[in-house]
Ligand binder design. Structure first.
Ligand code: MRU
Length: 351
């Protein structure tokens, strides 16, 4: 018997009048929730990685709009205009995860529709976005786990679990579901430099769930595959372009190249809120570059020679032709291309 269904941590919590964010910068050493009461502080929390992971960023931004609206007079005449500066501040927090812009668009939709109590209508929408994400993750967990073979190990990258989403996780949701159904017996997790989302966050979640996890340095992935220790790489996404090209945490592309070389299959797990049909291919996805200091130091301690520089892109793009399956809550797209992505998203519009 395992504990795979526990999944108790919730990194983003709405208290009814303010936001509580688990400060992911302090994990696994400390579990500290920050009380956030205004939209500017929400934008800062996203930028500074208190909260991270594409779906979690979107959900957090949605609650940020709620906080912005609650700070305005109830008789505000032009809600869209009054909220625009905070909308812009939230949108500027991080550039790559499209879920941020998707969530803000959903909140704008509420403003356009009009409501007698605008803050209440926005709060309802933010809660809906949050709940839908959790439900999507559960569904993707089932769909993705069904693709995995019996009692295999998989390799994952970054953190895609409860911490990165409304709960349960995308790639980690597939892993949770697969473990619960005895389809995998072990997880290898890339440590994921420079932020160590793999060792600090993914290992923390998996240990809590009782799922065996072995950390590997990114450089060990080729040997892991060469020795036949994994049959699938399972990762999340920050933005999937219209042709299936996928931006995810830096190092994902390298794993996809290695996987193809070694006959290991490659799965991307992401809700449709991560799909950006307005960006034709990966070349159009903005890739965040973060400060060199994140590479030059570790936990605040310098790990490089004084005077060394560093290039620190936070994400890379995996071309669609290296992806065996994109798992969404709406279904699985095998060997993705533009036509299949259009069918998936068109199907969504028709429903
Ligand atoms: O920089 P981060 O930690 O926000 O990057 C997160 C990732 O790259 C995740 O893999 C992605 O957001 C999917 S989370 C379900």
């Amino acid at each position: 018997m395992n504990n795979a269904t526990h999944d108790t941590v919730r990194a983003v919590q709405w208290s009814g009048n303010h936001l509580r964010l688990l400060d992911q910068r302090l994990l696994p050493a400390e579990t500290v929730y920050l009380d956030i009461r205004d939209a500017g502080a929400v934008a800062e929390a996203i930028r500074d990685m208190v909260v991270r992971g594409a779906p979690a960023i979107g959900i957090t931004a949605a609650y940020g709009v709620v906080l912005a609206a609650r700070a305005l007079p109830a008789d505000t005449a032009d809600w869209p205009a009054a909220l625009e500066p905070d909308m812009q501040r939230l949108a500027a927090a991080r550039p790559t995860a499209v879920n941020l812009f998707w969530a803000l668009a959903r909140m704008r939709g509420v403003l356009e529709a009009g409501a007698t109590d605008v803050p209440a209508a926005l709060e309802e929408e933010a809660r809906r976005i949050h709940d839908e994400d959790l439900a999507a993750n559960r569904r993707m967990g089932e769909l993705g786990a069904a693709l995995l073979g019996g009692s295999d190990a998989v390799l994952t990258h970054c953190n895609t679990g409860s911490l990165a989403t409304g709960g349960y996780g995308t790639a980690l949701g597939v892993i949770r579901s697969a473990f619960e159904n005895n389809r995998i017996s072990r997880v290898y997790a890339d440590e994921t430099r420079p932020w160590l989302q793999g060792s600090r966050l993914t290992a923390w979640e998996l240990v809590q769930d009782g799922i065996p996890v072995d950390l590997v340095c990114e450089g060990a992935a080729a040997s892991l595959m060469r020795q036949g220790r994994v049959s699938w790489v399972v990762v999340g996404a920050d933005r999937i372009a219209a042709n299936g090209d996928t931006a995810n945490k830096i190092g994902t592309y390298a794993l996809a190249v290695l996987a193809r070389h070694h006959g290991v299959r490659f799965m991307v797990v992401a809700p449709t809120s991560t799909i950006d049909m307005d960006t034709p291919d990966g070349a159009g996805i903005p890739i965040e570059e973060r400060p060199p200091a994140e590479v030059l130091s570790l936990a605040g301690h310098p790990v490089a020679a004084d005077g060394a520089g560093a290039w620190n892109p936070a994400f890379d793009v995996t071309p669609a032709d290296l992806i065996d399956a994109i798992v969404t809550e709406r279904g699985v797209v095998e060997r993705p291309d533009r036509g299949k992505m259009e069918t998936l998203m068109g199907r969504m519009k028709d429903e």
